[in-house]
Write a protein that binds this ligand. Structure first.
Ligand SMILES: [Zn+2]
Length: 313
């Protein structure tokens, strides 16, 4: 059965037809505005209708940022869109005349990597998506972990530093305030004011300190910029430290790292690996978890949502 996966982002909606092998057969995009939530449903319906002109579709899966109820229908809270206890799945199902499931976007991407991507041969994995925040998806014994309230797998809000940096969630010391693209850029800018002489390459690429982005840091590091190499290594060590904590609870065989920072490769993964190994519980009596880069890129949300839509309720 073909299913449509829909990825609702901050500025656009991407929808695609996915077959049972996880192949994305065709996709389409609609612009959207978080300020007008009712137009989002309109745009999703329009995109699905376009794809249905050429494919027989059996189900629709929708990936969105936020908490989704365990019944995979209601968006309980979305950080960027004014959805509160919003029955998105039901509204779309009525509109489309198809079964619709809704899933947290990081969960959908992680599921895609588990089924068809970087971790397809293991039963236990965790995906960490390093972006604005730190998204998490956890698969235990072949099952996506959602938790009792639908808020499971939100690893970015594990507290790693008591009384640490303030987090957008209202608490402090959350993992994502240390291990995210946002943290990388913020810390790099701070370091630049102290040691600009160690970042000549970075400053040449970015133009000026306040214009630095994550991809600038990665490019400069790959070209040997000492400060950029150090900042990526710091990010890697924060990732590794959190992974070690997760391993004590979940013991995944594989960690999949997603997000643009993966382009840094071993400049990021090397320090992450070292820190994970150094802090891993029972290290002498076990296989070490592997760290791999995600393979499905920006399509992961679409592919994962579509595949989850095919699973029995
Ligand atoms: Zn937090």
């Amino acid at each position: 059965m073909h299913a449509v996966g829909v990825d609702i982002g901050g500025t656009k909606i991407a929808a695609g037809v996915v077959d049972e092998d996880g192949e994305l057969l065709e996709s389409t995009i609609r612009p959207t505005s978080a300020q007008e939530p009712e137009l989002i449903e309109e745009a999703v319906a329009d995109a699905v209708a376009e794809l249905r002109q050429r494919y027989v579709i059996g189900a629709v899966g929708v990936a969105a940022a936020g908490f989704v109820d365990p019944g995979r229908c209601i968006v309980r809270f979305a950080p960027n869109i004014a959805w509160r206890e919003h029955p998105l799945g039901e509204i779309l199902a009525q509109r489309l005349g198809l079964p619709v499931v809704v899933e947290n976007d990081a969960n959908a991407a992680g599921w895609a990597e588990f089924r068809f991507g970087a971790a397809q041969e293991v039963a236990d994995m965790a995906m960490l998506t390093v972006g604005t925040g730190l998204g998490g998806a956890i698969v235990v014994d072949g099952q996506l972990l959602r938790g009792a309230a639908g808020a499971g797998g939100e690893v970015g809000h594990m507290r790693v530093v008591p009384n640490g940096r303030a987090c957008g969630c209202g608490h402090d010391g959350c993992w994502e305030t240390y291990a995210s693209g946002t943290a990388l850029v913020r810390e790099t800018k701070a370091a630049l004011t102290i040691e600009p002489e160690r970042a000549e390459r970075l400053l040449a690429i970015a133009g000026k300190a306040k214009k630095v982005t994550g991809p600038h840091v990665t490019q400069a590091a790959q070209e040997g910029d000492p400060l950029s190499i150090q900042m990526l290594a710091d990010l890697g060590r924060w990732l590794g430290a959190g992974m070690a904590a997760l391993s004590a609870v979940l013991d995944p065989a594989v960690y999949v790292i997603g997000g643009g920072v993966g382009a840094a490769g071993d400049l990021l993964l090397g320090p992450a690996r070292e820190e994970l190994d150094a802090q891993l519980f029972a290290r002498g009596h076990r296989e070490l978890p592997e760290i791999r880069l995600a393979t499905l890129g920006n399509d992961a949300g679409i592919v994962g949502a579509a595949d989850l839509a095919r699973l029995p309720r």
